[in-house]
Design a protein around this ligand. Structure first.
Ligand code: GLY
Length: 253
């Protein structure tokens, strides 16, 4: 179960955020409204939400998930792979001092972003992407092992981050799309397949037996409801324009 969530209010500069989406510039006012709805949905799941002030220096800073990996025993601060995002993690480290005694820090030349890390119990799958290199993944695995966890790497080719195409919903249930559908390493999960047209909905978040999903993906919603989850839909269209999804917008621990 998660007790805490950290989110950061989107900055006006988000209109200059990194993107490959080709969906136009985000509407800032709409993004703020959607972000508030996201926070409301999290609160409905029974977590305490820490809302950080916007940070105009970093257009992508609302995507806090990439800055750290948070476990029951330690926080591991990442070293972001995207140039314009380097430094975001320093701000998060200051905040995490209020929650954690054990804080580890990934060092260059290792790079790793939280969107590339999927927690399944005590095991952590780490996607090797344009943002996460082998050195970063190896450092992460060493830190995880220090605290009794395990980690392994997964190659990826089509998506930005590992969790762009995968979400773990607990109870061995895994949402999968695209290149992950037939990946050997995920063969023993109960896979919930997300179709190509709805691939954006492969990024959902499990929060205390609720699943928060992006609004407007009926087939994905029906499949998740059928598995017995309570589903909360949130419109995150303005974050999608920056390649961002539901998981990217929070740190859950
Ligand atoms: N726009 C979010 C990211 O590329 O990291």
């Amino acid at each position: 179960m998660f007790k805490n969530v950290i989110v950061r209010k989107p900055a006006r500069s988000m209109v200059k955020g990194i993107t490959t989406a080709n969906l136009g510039k985000p509407d800032y006012k709409k993004a703020l409204k959607q972000h508030a709805e996201y926070v409301k949905a999290l609160k409905q799941c029974g977590v305490n939400v820490t809302l950080l002030e916007e940070d105009e220096r970093y257009p992508d800073s609302c995507f806090v998930e990439d800055t750290a990996l948070l476990t029951d025993k330690c926080a591991i601060i990442t070293n972001l792979g995207a140039k314009s995002r380097k430094g975001e993690q320093i701000e998060i480290q200051k905040v995490l001092k209020n929650f954690y005694e054990n804080i580890e820090v990934i060092q260059p030349p290792g790079t790793i972003e939280g969107g590339d890390i999927m927690m399944v119990g005590d095991h952590f799958y780490i996607g090797l992407s344009d943002r996460t290199n082998k050195n970063g993944a190896n450092q992460m695995i060493k830190f995880l092992e220090k605290y009794g966890y395990t980690g392994s790497v997964v190659a990826l080719n089509e998506v930005l981050h590992l969790k762009t195409g995968l979400s773990y919903l607990e109870n061995n249930n895994l949402l999968v799309s695209g290149e992950f559908i037939d990946k050997e390493v995920f063969k023993d999960f109960n896979k919930i397949e997300i179709s190509k047209e709805e691939s954006y909905a492969a990024n959902c978040i499990w929060v205390n037996d609720n699943v928060i999903i992006p609004k407007g993906f009926k087939k994905a919603k029906d499949a998740i409801v059928k598995k017995g989850y309570k589903v909360i839909e949130v419109d995150v269209s303005e974050f999608r324009k920056l390649d961002g999804g539901l998981s990217c917008l929070s740190l859950r621990f």
